[in-house]
Design a protein around this ligand. Sequence first.
Ligand SMILES: O=C(O)CC[C@@H](O)C(=O)O
Ligand SMILES: [Zn+2]
Length: 524
Amino acid sequence: MLARSLKQFSRSSRLSLQLRGYAANPDRNSQFARLSEQDLPSLASIFSSPDTSLLTTLGEKPTATSDDLEPFNVDWMGKYKGQSSIIVKPKTTEEVSKVLKWCNERKVAVVPQGGNTGLVGGSVPLHDEVVLSLSSMNSVRHFDPLSGYVSVDSGIVLENLDNFLAQKGHIVPLDLGAKGSCQIGGNVATNAGGLRMLRYGSLHGNVLGLEVVLPDGRIINGMKGLKKDNTGIDLKQLFIGSEGVLGVITGVTLSTPVRPSATNVAVFALPDYESVQSAFSSARRDLGEILSAFEFFDAASYKLVRSHGHAAERKTFEDGEDAPFFCLVETSGSNKDHDDEKLGAFLEQLMESGIVNDGVLAQDETQIGQLWSLREGIPEAAGKAGRVYKYDLSLPVEKMYSLVHEIRQKLSEKNLLAAEAEGGNGSGPVKTVFGFGHLGDGNLHINIVADAYKKEIEEVVEPYIYELVAKHNGSISAEHGLGLMKAPYVSYSQDSPSLDLMRTLKKTLDPNGILNPYKCVTAE
Ligand SMILES: O=C(O)CC[C@@H](O)C(=O)O
Ligand SMILES: [Zn+2]
């Protein structure tokens, strides 16, 4: 049980209320220059404090060891590893501009990097690209409570920004499991979706302005805090979600809604995927404007969180521990009594109709956090269980879960599933395959946990999974981007004229192709 005072509701006691993808592993582009020790004085002269802004293993007196550079070269899953020997950490937009101009003139490839929490290999180098880390640019520039926006440096950590806004009674309209490390610039560059999207919509609507440095060093100052600005083509939209291939985001102006004063969270167990869909329909209908999140996870996800996550110590449900599906519902509003009444009626109706047979309702902030950790803790728990292949898909809600079955089936046919995995029959490398995600946004995450990254697993799943997605007219990347992992498969989600236009934009803004090469959209 989660906590003694956590309110249980059940039908009986009704609530009175290692390897990168073989396809995605391009050779080094020989047109890029290789930097050597001789280049360092000129690069160092750009910075006001070169000692802290330039880390390198090059030269007779290196300023860093390869261990120091490892966090910049390797992604957090340990799946993608680059070989950069130069990391720059500018402190101002002008320094970013000078770095890019310097690199562009010499044809030196550059990888912009925020918190390096990405899941598709988009934020680490592949070969010897210079890493441009934004982490030293992390100040709040301006907050306007009346107009409801904040202007910040792009390297500010999402959680730090949310804590700043919480003190002012406002909220960042974006929340992610990685909030303690990810940076707002990286969030914008990847158009991160996360847990608040159902309520506040995507960053394409919430970003009011951007400051961007183009590959040739020109600075676009679009840091306006205007909700309405119809003066020609809305250029900032080009940089939201373009994964740093067109320019480097150095400043972000974000709309900041008022922080809801009343929040409720319930998690319930459901007997099948049809019930998950019914519960979602009821939530939209009965909770209306106070519904702020509707997440789901399957039994295998829950098992993982119970064995490796924060919930390892405790059972959550009285009867529902072995249910095949779980949903988390959050409401956010400004009147607690009103929200309690609505949520109570919603949960009662779910019980009465048999859609849900067990559930818990958080009674305070701590329990809200504990319930959220059942969902937010899934990726971390998966990382502890083994090496993880991650697929992030948009699909019609009705079709979503069938893909998990199809992937299990496919892996089982090829004898890749271990006996411990659902439907497993042998001694294969795959320990578990599970599905979870943002049901309210039609976004499914499928994770495949194996004992190691193995080509044989990847070859079975890719492009098979993308073919399934295309068949349902879905998207091969709902919120994680393309990065290195999905760049070769983009045509499953974009038609040729769209891809041509993307390449034209890339060639126009970055004719030397120096920015985040090999990822997302390349000029060829
Ligand atoms: O790890 C994943 O597959 C998803 C990560 C993140 O998008 C989430 O929703 O928790
Ligand atoms: Zn997600």
